[in-house]
Design a protein around this ligand. Structure first.
Ligand code: ADE
Length: 328
């Protein structure tokens, strides 16, 4: 029942190949289909597209789908990978008509690179500046029609001029439990794994409403079954895998629990300012904001208020703690 494959190839194996295989995010699919179908009808590349949302929700998958749908090549880079103007200029000058140019982590593009992107996006011109001061020369090269697809976890960090140059802006949200269950079932089928419905629902609940996490948990269950000579993934195997990974039934990991406990124990449940909390946890503030907090807020365990972070009664209950702050 087990197929041997390296994790990298697994990821492309599990990636949906068309809209029918793509589960969830219905509104985005519908809107995106209209944009792409209209562009195909006009025989033109589509407008530039921006996808934003938490890590693992499928931004890269959507970029692949766009390329497939448009029957186009996908050229991939990321914000931090482009340091100098020349890095971007070399990619742009190698683009062919209709190419999809994908920039991941677009919030990490530096301002100089953004300045080169603007005319490329708007009027398909590559401006090259050579030299400094009075001897500066500027050339302009025409680029073929192409579509820029950018992905970011932090749309708020993109500069307003960059954001305004996208014709389609899509926010990917956390997935519904039933969508995650369907993704797990689909992945299990592709990996030729037998899985019981109880295991599907246990894994889905612990997947942080995120397909990438769901697929990772499924693969770890596969390892568990392989090592223990189990023929199928049942509820017991799923539960034991989560135990080994120190992931609880709602997907909380040790770092999430440490976060909640520190707010509860050191700050009486809050409100506590994010900088104070970051110092207490010995973490960067951005790690709290980008990685820890979104899922805790989605679960309703944490509120961001103007006075600071506050833990909710639901979090106390989940941790099996009395909400003493509430009784005061
Ligand atoms: N794998 C990762 N994301 C997926 C999705 N949205 N639908 C189907 N399979 C996926």
């Amino acid at each position: 029942m087990f197929v041997k494959q390296h994790d990298d190839s697994l990821d492309s194996l599990l990636r949906p190949a068309n809209w029918d295989e793509y589960i969830g995010q219905e509104k985005i699919k519908k809107h995106l289909k209209i944009i792409l179908d209209a562009a195909k009808k006009r025989k033109e590349p589509s407008d530039h597209l921006l996808f934003y949302g938490q890590a693992g929700l499928g931004k890269t998958t959507l970029a692949h789908m766009v390329a497939k749908e448009m029957n186009a090549n996908l050229k991939v880079t990321s914000g931090p990978a482009m340091e100098k103007m020349a890095d971007l200029a070399s990619i742009l000058s190698n683009l062919e008509r209709g190419d999809i140019f994908f920039i991941d982590e677009a919030h990490r593009l530096n301002r100089m690179i953004e300045e080169v992107l603007y005319p490329a996006m708007e009027s398909r011109k590559l401006h090259i500046i050579i030299g400094k001061g009075p001897t500066t020369k500027t050339f302009s090269v025409d680029l073929p029609p192409f579509t820029l697809v950018a992905a970011t976890t932090r749309a708020d960090l993109l500069s307003a001029p960059l954001r305004s140059r996208f014709g389609g802006i899509f926010q990917l949200d956390y997935y519904e439990q039933k969508d995650i269950e369907n993704i797990i079932k689909r992945s299990a089928k592709l990996l030729k794994l037998a899985i019981e419905s109880e295991a599907v629902s246990i894994l889905a609940k612990a997947s942080r409403a995120t397909p990438r996490v769901a697929n990772r948990l499924l693969k770890r269950c596969r390892d568990f079954c392989e090592v223990n000579n189990l023929k199928k993934i049942d509820g017991d195997a799923a539960g034991k895998t989560l135990e080994v990974l120190e992931i609880d039934d709602m997907g909380l990991e040790p770092h999430d629990k440490r976060f909640l406990r520190i707010v509860i124990e050191k700050f009486n449940g809050g409100p506590v300012g994010v900088n104070t909390l970051a110092a207490a946890l010995n973490e960067d503030r951005r790690v709290l904001e980008d990685i820890y907090e979104p899922y805790l807020m989605k679960l309703g365990f944490l509120n961001r208020t103007s006075a600071g972070r506050v833990i909710t009664p639901a979090a106390y209950e989940h941790l099996g703690l009395k909400n003493e702050a509430k009784l005061l």
